[in-house]
Write a protein that binds this ligand. Structure first.
Ligand SMILES: Nc1ncnc2c1ncn2[C@@H]1O[C@H](COP(=O)(O)OP(=O)(O)OP(=O)(O)O)[C@@H](O)[C@H]1O
Ligand SMILES: [Mg+2]
Length: 239
């Protein structure tokens, strides 16, 4: 469970990128963050993850106030996984080595068991096991990035544009993997997406950001079914 209250954050002293954002995601929910380029989606995810510390406001995970914790402590203490927008796999390392880097705090036995389970779930990992991640397609890399984040069996998963640069077919494969993660492991998923319509179809709720604030929030199906919202915020006409 994630609860964000009145979050203010930014990079340069005196300039705020997030201007008082509040949102929540219940256990096992898929919540999508939408909005135009530069509105602060990645900054919000990075602040929730702990790469940036909030200037004001707070973040709770599983009911515990953790706004002050840096990313490495959130990963260990809050069972959080984070897949960044870019550079989310080590291209010079093999698939096996990438998975191992996702399990830094796990015992060797736990790692072996988890890797086996993930390879069963995502056969492409086993198929390319010793190859370098640079040999994978965009969609395969996203699957590897997801699997790497799933190594320690997180309760919370933050995903920044998991479908960026993918073909429509690969996008569906990656979204399918995300839906299965929620079904099988009851993970709370907070996801930034540009493919608004497709992302809403697999989400429970969504927030639309504009200039570092929440412009709109609602049930995904309500946003999808509102022709005005589709045209104004989601880049598409009602079907
Ligand atoms: N490391 C940084 N240092 C300074 N400013 C930054 C940094 N990263 C992002 N910004 C600024 O913060 C604002 C929000 O950027 P952010 O990356 O959060 O947007 P976004 O909504 O994720 O955009 P996109 O859809 O293009 O990924 C932008 O004005 C950007 O220039
Ligand atoms: Mg971004």
């Amino acid at each position: 469970m994630i609860d964000v209250k009145d979050l203010v954050a930014g990079y340069t002293p005196g300039i705020n990128i997030l201007n008082g954002i509040s949102l929540h995601a219940e256990q096992g929910e898929i919540v999508t963050l939408l909005g135009p380029n530069g509105c602060g989606k990645s900054t919000l995810l990075k602040t929730i993850a702990g790469f940036l510390l909030p200037r004001e406001g707070d973040i709770s995970m599983q009911g515990k106030s953790v706004g002050h914790l840096p990313v490495h402590r959130k990963i260990r203490e809050c069972s959080m996984g984070f897949v960044p927008q870019t550079d989310n796999v080590f291209t010079q390392l093999s698939i096996k080595e990438n998975l191992h880097t996702g399990g830094l705090f796990m015992s060797p036995q736990e790692k072996v068991q988890r890797i086996e389970a993930l390879c069963e779930q995502y056969p492409i990992l086993k198929k390319k096991w010793s190859d370098s991640a640079s040999s994978m397609s965009g969609g395969e890399r996203q699957i590897l990035a997801l699997a790497r984040a799933l190594m320690p069996s997180p309760s919370i998963l933050l995903l920044d544009e998991p479908s960026a640069g993918l073909s429509p077919k690969m996008l569906l494969d990656v979204f399918d993997a995300i839906v299965k993660i929620r079904e099988q492991e009851q993970v709370t998923i907070l996801m930034v997406e540009q493919n608004a319509i497709e992302a809403l179809k697999m989400s429970d709720r969504a927030y639309v950001l504009a200039m570092g604030q929440v412009a709109l929030e609602g049930q995904a199906k309500d946003l999808l079914n509102d022709p005005e919202i589709r045209e104004l915020y989601l880049g598409g006409r009602a079907a």
